[in-house]
Design a protein around this ligand. Structure first.
Ligand code: ZN
Length: 250
């Protein structure tokens, strides 16, 4: 059985800085292997708290270089490779994140492999299989992700982006859709999704289940659980707001 564990659900500077929600990443667990997505600040601590065996994390995916997605990357690489004594793991990241230097140069050789994320590309780091979408509309190079589970389910992650025509269609095949919903209401020139964008997406595609996460302050103020409940009722879809430590079985 596979599962997804959302260690953290914080999504914007203030919520991260004050740790109003944890900003740790997301763990995907298939058989006896673990994938870590977007290791934001506190990831190492939350993995330890939950007793996740870090030596079994062989795959790390960083969607983009912003700190709430990558701050714990270096310590994670050190931790999973036992300080470089065990060459281990594959890191997936964008070229711009690599060039930005989010991975300290002395840690490069600790990893077995570093693979660059490109648009519309299929990646395998067994047992994990995933595909990138088109380039999303964000202040850093960033792609959406679709994970293919052995149970036959596809889980999509709409990572940081502004809304644009065609965004929903990129995730049409997802059975479960995770949406990084930073804002309650849209704000001009802020390249993040808001609830009205989520509505626009879900008017075009109808996944079996939707999980809202990566909340900024405007979402926390209005209570994400209530917002999800109302959205669920209005759209006739199963929509849930994520909480720190939420686990879903695939
Ligand atoms: Zn970002």
């Amino acid at each position: 059985m596979s599962e997804i564990l959302f260690l953290g659900t914080a999504g914007a500077r203030y919520v991260v800085a004050k740790q109003l929600r944890a900003s740790a990443g997301t763990v995907i667990h298939i058989n006896n292997s673990y994938l870590l997505l977007d290791p934001g600040p506190g990831t190492l601590v939350h993995l330890a708290k939950r007793k996740i065996p870090i030596e079994k994390i062989e795959t790390i995916v960083v969607s983009h270089q912003h700190l709430d997605h990558s701050a714990d990357l270096n310590i994670m690489v050190d931790a999973i490779t036992e300080g470089g004594f065990k060459k281990r793991g594959t890191l997936f990241l964008t070229e711009s994140a690599l060039k930005e230097g989010i991975l300290l140069s002395y840690l490069h050789s600790y990893l077995k492999k570093i693979e660059l994320l490109k648009p519309y590309t299929f990646y395998e780091s067994l047992p994990f299989k995933f595909k990138t979408t088109c380039l999303l509309k964000h202040t850093a190079e960033n792609y959406g992700l679709l994970f293919y589970f052995p149970e036959g389910k596809i889980v999509g992650f709409i990572t940081d982006t502004a809304f644009f025509d065609g965004l929903a269609e990129e995730f049409a095949e997802a059975n479960i859709l995770v949406i990084y919903t930073v804002r309650y209401k849209p704000l001009e020139n802020v390249l993040h999704l808001s609830i009205s964008d989520v509505k626009k997406i879900l008017e075009k595609i109808r996944p079996e289940e939707v999980i809202l996460t990566h909340f900024g302050m405007t979402m926390l103020k209005v209570n994400p659980f209530k917002v999800a409940q109302k959205l669920s009722k209005d759209l006739g879809l199963k929509i849930r707001a994520c909480y720190d430590g939420m686990e879903i079985k695939i």
